[in-house]
Ligand binder design. Structure first.
Ligand code: AGP
Length: 633
């Protein structure tokens, strides 16, 4: 996934582009570049690595240009070297493009263009685009009868009709110095409306400080931005009537507000996220006496649920861990058989078609290519079948305006607010809240849970924000000390059972992805079937031990680990007895019902990963090789 920013208006463009790219670095940071137009020339400056490298290249080039595009890259085709950085240009250096996405038919186009004399300078797939536009411009000027009053727009329109793949593109040309053309096909891009100035960006944080009036382009649309306004067309060239909407975001949401990293800020925002979800999803005044209606309001009509016989969930990474907890809740509370699939696996080996099946896609970004492709495959294979075999798609996402929003018939918005840190934290908590709401709503409508139990669970959920704040309060120092001790550790094992097994997986992933330490999560009962061979004094073990159905089992698994000289860290509300004897370090969490405990037990694991990575001096918000959403397969 890459980040694109564009500007046309009355201010100088470069600083607007750079500060916009800073807000998009979470989308990729292998290289960056900007292209502006001044005195009949395109001035294109690119740099390998972080945006700061580009900034230093630009600091003595004070360009007065008032139109430009910028790009920050997550490499897909072509190494993360400067010659592969965007913007890319045509042979004559008159056209510059910044692209987010993949051009699937690039090799065929590249060969055809080479035969027509176009010279390529990069190994990327997207470099075919400026050359294709140059070719159509030439034809347009020679023979064009275009009905649009922009030859440039018409040439771009014809060029993008030749492309196959998923892409968002921003394009400028020295021959049309007042026009910024923006294209969307699958990958997101929004237009920002200012006063006599217009913006485009892959995501709203890049432009929120300039305007809240935005218009997300839809698939198959392109727009022409000039200082006089915005025109939107479809790929067939028909003009479309579109109006911007006002964002509810405030610019502060994309600032660190005193925290060293966005990730730490977002960990501390989690109690507020739980409150927002409680407020939105649960009727707080419900009690069994007035149980004529469900205590849950997630906007899913009962006929959407009616006669569901099974559920399939597709997701990736942290969202896949949330899905595993969703499975536990849907099966234990609503008694619905539920299967969880890695989206990248499901699309090539889907489960057999079954009737009355709900398929859920969980993706905080709403742009993960594997998850979208798995849902598209599910939709397609059920197309045209008899009603009970037709697709019933539900999305759980933090970005309802994303591509996911165009694919599913029903959606649960996870209300976590923009998450900048590449490592998912508050969006994970919000996904859990969505699954509690969904499972309880289904349990209510199918009457699989006594109303008194339902009421107890609701009461317990209402306590979570306060308990989470207490946990955060008690954790900060402790996890910082532990981080000091473990900053140079090479391997970590995380153990959990039952509803906390996915939390062991999530704790391991957090540590891996931001500290680059090898870590694995296992069901505690699995250790004796092989992984225990890994243990010795150099391999610390984190065990999640929550009083309830599996507590004693986890304690005995911890004992087995201790007998192999591992250092034992216990995430548990228990402070005495066996826990105090066995664990070298007790990481306290507030005592809540085992069913609700994952919302709390993940917090110390997030903080442990954060502090270890910070102590190792790593870039916590933008870990190497990663991007906030993986829009490539
Ligand atoms: C989580 O910390 C990672 N950044 C990654 O595993 C992420 O969860 C995964 O790429 C899925 O992203 P999505 O929720 O946007 O689909």
């Amino acid at each position: 996934m890459c980040g694109i920013v564009g500007y046309v208006g009355t201010q100088t463009a470069t600083e607007i582009l750079l500060s916009g790219l800073e807000k998009l670095e979470y989308r990729g940071y292998d290289s960056a570049g900007v292209a502006t137009i001044w005195e009949d020339e395109v001035n294109c400056v690119r740099a390998k690595g972080k945006l700061s490298n580009l900034r230093s290249k630009l600091e003595h080039l004070q360009s007065p240009a008032q139109i430009g595009i910028g790009h920050t890259r997550w490499a897909t085709h072509g190494k993360p070297e400067e010659y592969n950085a965007h913007p890319h240009m045509d042979t004559a250096m008159r056209i510059a493009v910044a692209v987010n996405g993949i051009i699937e038919n690039y090799s065929k186009l590249r060969e055809e263009l080479k035969q027509q004399g176009y010279q390529f300078r990069s190994d990327t797939d997207v470099e075919v685009i400026p050359h294709l536009i140059a070719q159509f411009l030439k034809e347009e000027i020679a023979f064009g009868q275009s009905n649009s009053d922009s030859v440039f727009l018409e040439a771009v329109r014809k060029a993008v009709n030749e492309l196959q793949g998923a892409f968002a593109i921003a394009i400028i040309s020295a021959d049309y110095p007042d026009e910024l053309i923006v294209v969307r096909q699958q990958a997101p891009i929004v237009i920002g409306f200012g006063q006599g100035e217009f913006f485009c960006a892959s995501d709203t944080p890049a432009i929120i400080s300039h305007t809240k009036a935005v218009l997300p382009l839809e698939n198959g649309e392109l727009a022409r931005l000039t200082p006089l306004g915005v025109e939107v067309y479809n790929f067939a060239g028909q003009r479309l009537k579109k109006h911007p909407r006002l964002l509810s975001l405030n610019p502060m949401m994309v600032e660190k507000q005193g925290f060293k990293h966005f990730m730490l800020k977002e960990i501390y925002e989690q109690p507020g996220v739980v409150r927002a979800c409680l407020e939105a999803y649960f009727n707080t005044d419900w009690h069994p006496g007035n149980s004529s209606r469900s205590p849950i309001n997630i906007g899913l009509a009962s006929e959407f649920y009616a006669d569901i016989e099974q559920i399939h969930i597709v997701a990736c990474g942290t969202s896949w861990h949330a899905a595993l907890i969703g499975k536990y809740l849907l099966e234990q509370l609503a008694q619905i058989p539920t299967q969880v699939h890695y989206a990248s696996e499901f699309r090539y080996a889907p489960s057999p078609l079954t009737p009355n099946t709900l398929t859920i896609g969980v993706t905080q970004s709403g742009e993960t290519a594997d998850t979208l492709a798995a849902l598209a495959m599910e939709q397609e294979r059920r197309q045209g079948r008899e009603p009970k075999y037709q697709a019933r798609l539900l999305g759980i996402t933090n970005r309802p305006e994303s591509s996911l929003g165009y694919m599913v018939s029903h959606m649960i918005n996870t209300l976590a607010g923009i998450e900048i840190g590449v490592a998912a934290t508050k969006t994970f908590i919000a996904q859990l809240m969505a699954f509690y709401a969904l499972a309880l709503d289904l349990a209510y409508s199918r009457q699989t849970l006594p109303l008194e139990n339902l009421e107890d669970i609701l009461k317990g959920l209402r306590q979570i924000p306060k308990e989470m704040e207490a946990t955060l309060e008690s954790q900060e120092k402790l996890t910082e000390q532990l981080a000091h001790e473990f900053a140079e550790t090479q391997d970590f094992i995380f153990l959990g059972r039952g509803i906390n097994f996915p939390i062991a997986l999530e704790g391991a992933l957090k540590l891996k992805e931001i500290s680059y330490i090898h870590a694995e999560g296992y069901p505690a009962g699995e250790m004796k079937h092989g992984p225990i061979a890994l243990l010795d004094a150099k391999v610390p073990v984190v065990a999640i031990a929550v009083p309830g159905s599996v507590y004693e089992k986890v304690i005995s698994n911890a004992q087995e680990a201790k007998a192999r000289d591992s250092r034992l860290i216990g995430v548990t509300p228990v402070k005495d007895g066996e826990a105090a004897e066995i664990f070298n370090d007790l990481v306290p969490v507030s005592f809540v019902d085992e069913l609700l405990s994952p919302i709390l037990t993940v917090v110390p694991l997030q903080l442990l990963a954060y502090h270890i990575a910070a102590r190792r001096g790593l870039d916590v918000d933008q870990p190497r090789n990663l991007a906030k959403s993986v829009t490539v397969e």
